[in-house]
Design a binder for this molecule. Structure first.
Ligand SMILES: [Cu+2]
Length: 407
């Protein structure tokens, strides 16, 4: 857990409050890209926990077969050999988009319905090791204490052949056994998505926060250049690709969007990068991968409506529909809850639903840290944590657009 003084949290909270309000104004300026005519039936890359049993079984089957014929070794090796050229510069997003798509193509040769789901890891930022994604149902957990080998989940007892022949390893980086150091809250990540206007800024903010934290948190093979040998790499970078796409949809303030914004350093310490540059490792230009839903990039992420429709609980849908729009914009209510925060009235702060959902989530996230700092019992902290988790699911389903832009 991040150690900060109460005062600095309060200051940060106020800063975030201002940002969130600014974002509400920004929301109207997003432009949703349309699919091109040659891409009428794009695969829809869902969040891994939103897959139904059949979809997950299909994906499990495909990645097992890909593993058996060496595709993972191939991608681990390619990523490893190109590593220095596609990190720490503006090639980061275009390369990884093309790379994940390449992997998806390979998977589609086994089953045309195959797609790479994404892992919205920010939802798990507080206690990443408790994520359902890291259970035997999905990706399996930490490597065994004996030899770091992954022994459960879809990659249980997998054998790598690159860079040598041995088991796939993970080694969580938390202080306590089998724990992962906290990641970054959604508010922190979406702040970059919503406010950065230069690729160089956005790229380094994302690369050195959520990108690095997940790689380092899982450890062992995931923190090496051949990390792509673990399917977690694919779902992690799918998520980063989704964030880039959201960023690209933002207005550039001149009647266009940020989609063709490509600035900052290029590979190999070159001074600049342009849309006509070839993507490292591919005989294709950056401009060819800029827009998802076009050309070879024939895939999308769930639209707001699709995401809500895929929510598991019908009650949740009813709840969403029942929310009075006027209540959502009760700005005064937010101000009151911010007062509650100052007065350290924790309970009121957490209870101030409904209100601007994204703002509430920010409060909620800080409330957990606050509870910890105030020396609340572990039980209470966990209770607030699960409340926040529930809340973030609520925000996601009831305010999908808010979620995609600011939570
Ligand atoms: Cu990479």
């Amino acid at each position: 857990m991040i150690k900060v003084s109460f005062q600095s949290v309060a200051v940060a909270l106020m800063a975030f409050t201002a940002i969130v309000f600014a974002q509400s104004a920004l929301n109207n300026k997003y432009h949703q890209f349309e699919l091109s005519s040659e891409c009428r039936n794009p695969v829809v890359r869902k969040e891994i926990r939103d897959l139904d049993d059949e979809e997950w079984a299909m994906i499990t089957d495909v990645i097992t077969r890909m593993r058996n014929v060496g595709w993972f070794d191939w991608y681990g090796r390619v990523h490893s050999e190109l590593f220095d050229y596609v990190h720490g510069n503006s090639m980061f997003f275009p390369f990884h988009r093309r790379f994940i798509r390449d992997f998806e193509f390979a998977g589609q040769s086994f089953n045309s319905a195959f797609f790479v789901p994404y892992w919205d890891s920010a939802l798990d930022y507080l206690e990443p090791s408790k994520s359902e994604v890291l259970t035997s149902k999905y990706m399996g957990g930490n490597g065994s204490s004996l030899n770091q080998c992954v022994v459960d989940g879809v990659e249980a007892n997998v054998i790598l052949n690159y860079p040598e022949t041995r088991c796939l390893r993970r080694q969580y980086n938390g202080q306590q056994p089998n724990t992962i150091q906290s990641w970054y809250p959604p508010s922190y990540i979406y702040n970059f998505v919503n406010t950065d206007t230069l690729m160089a800024d956005f790229r380094s903010h994302i690369e050195y926060s959520i990108h690095g934290a997940v790689h380092l948190g899982l450890g062992a093979d995931m923190e090496t250049p051949w990390a792509a040998n673990d399917f977690v790499f694919m779902i992690h970078h799918g998520n980063l690709d989704r964030l880039w796409n959201l960023w690209q949809q933002r207005s550039n303030g001149n009647g266009g969007t940020l989609i063709d914004t490509m600035d900052g350093p290029g590979p190999g310490n070159s001074a600049g990068i342009s849309l006509n540059d070839e993507i490292v490792g591919y005989r294709e230009t950056i401009s060819e991968v800029l827009q998802i839903g076009q050309g070879k990039m024939c895939y999308t992420y769930p639209s707001q409506t699709a995401r809500s429709a895929s929510s598991s609980g019908t009650d949740m849908n009813e709840y969403c529909n029942a929310i009075d729009k006027t209540q959502r914009s009760q700005v005064s209510f937010c101000k009151n809850s911010s007062l509650a925060y100052q007065k350290r009235d924790f309970q009121q702060m957490v209870n101030c639903v409904p209100m601007l959902a994204d703002l509430q989530l920010v409060f909620c996230e800080y409330s957990v840290q606050y509870a910890e700092m105030m020396g609340k019992s572990q039980e209470e902290v966990l209770e607030h944590y699960s409340l926040c988790q529930e809340f973030s699911r609520f925000v996601e389903r009831c305010f999908p657009y808010a979620n995609s832009t600011s939570t």
